[in-house]
Write a protein that binds this ligand. Sequence first.
Ligand SMILES: Cc1cc2nc3c(=O)[nH]c(=O)nc-3n(C[C@H](O)[C@H](O)[C@H](O)COP(=O)(O)OP(=O)(O)OC[C@H]3O[C@@H](n4cnc5c(N)ncnc54)[C@H](O)[C@@H]3O)c2cc1C
Length: 398
Amino acid sequence: MTMSDVLILGGGVTGLSTAYHLARRGVRRITILEKGPVGDGSSSRAGGIITGLLWSEPGVLARRRALELFRELSDELDGYTFGAVGCLNLFDPASWPDRARLLPLYDRCGAPYEILDAAEMRRRWPALVIDDGLTGLHDPLGGYSEPHEYVPALAQRVRELGVTIREHTTVTGIATAGGRVVGVQTSDGALAADAVVATVYGWTNLLLAPLGMPLPVKSFVHQRYVSRPLATPPAIPAINANHLMGYVRPAHGGRLLAGIESADRTEWRVTGTNFRLTELQAPPGIDAVLHERFSGFVPALADAPWESAHVGLLTFSSDGEPVLGPVGALPGLFVGVAFHSGGFAYNPVSGMLLAEYVSAGRTSIDVSAFSPDRFTAAETAQYLNETVPQRDVVRRRH
Ligand SMILES: Cc1cc2nc3c(=O)[nH]c(=O)nc-3n(C[C@H](O)[C@H](O)[C@H](O)COP(=O)(O)OP(=O)(O)OC[C@H]3O[C@@H](n4cnc5c(N)ncnc54)[C@H](O)[C@@H]3O)c2cc1C
């Protein structure tokens, strides 16, 4: 399908990456429609932590490719460098057995890891306070990206590859005829297309429900903070500190970035297309809780108050896995959404997989388990009718 028109809805990292891979595959007429400026959704607010050590075979295989692609993009994109510091996933004695069961999966998929006890972690990273009993699952290929570097660099590259990015253009509906998708309606008029790829994350069901095809996805408010620069920045990896319900990593200019989950908050319902993430607020006091909790873990943080905050949405599917692929009941429609707290980490490969589906009809990694067709209408309706607190959602960190 090299000469057809492809419309990508949403100019976050998933949409940009899809455009990048489509263009690299020779698809010529590609347009991204973004209702705000590029990166207006969660992409510019992400912590940018990346690990390859997930919980399912398609996830682990996809992330292995994502980590290769981040390194390639680090060479290719002006102004972007992958933070190759490794990723340390920490577990307390109660949570480690569940993760230990996944080690054979990592072996089978060729995802490298090291298991570290507290003494070894203290030896490697003296800037951390590691309690006895913690187990570290170290991903030597993991790391982080700075969204404020990556998003504009990828957008610039996508434009150089001939993609049109129409900012401040809201998609108001997906047009169908003869049982397939034929284009979209926008705030600027109708556009025809052979393929429409919806990468609208927290706004997904505003576009899919009117087609009678909602997905069982829910969004939760999440926030992360960046400290003032530290005189002597500690040498630490990117860390998923599961025992602290959060994460911390080095950040630009000698800063630290950290975030914690607000488990008591119920889902956030996005009720209108015009909703912007600037309307969200972090729970009162969570910045102080985060600072105190993580200063005990990374003592250098005690002298560095928060300098900036970012609040956005995390969107999860009912089974916790991404939703990616063609919609069987509506040829021409593809979705790439619900990447939980790991959509930034997935983006180089989620875009690659969506581009493969659109241009070749099949993918180089078997991600059929992520298909949007895996949910029944009844399951979806039931899930959407429930109100879910974040503590009841499958816990998936990056
Ligand atoms: C505080 C925070 C920390 C995070 N930390 C990490 C992390 O460390 N690692 C990680 O991997 N992930 C992290 N995430 C998750 C990550 O940000 C998301 O999974 C990822 O950015 C999703 O990218 P996306 O492109 O799919 O969606 P988005 O970036 O949300 O993009 C969707 C876009 O669609 C646009 N849009 C919506 N409706 C329409 C419409 N009708 N017409 C036109 N445009 C429309 C929106 O404006 C938006 O720009 C974090 C998220 C938050 C909030």
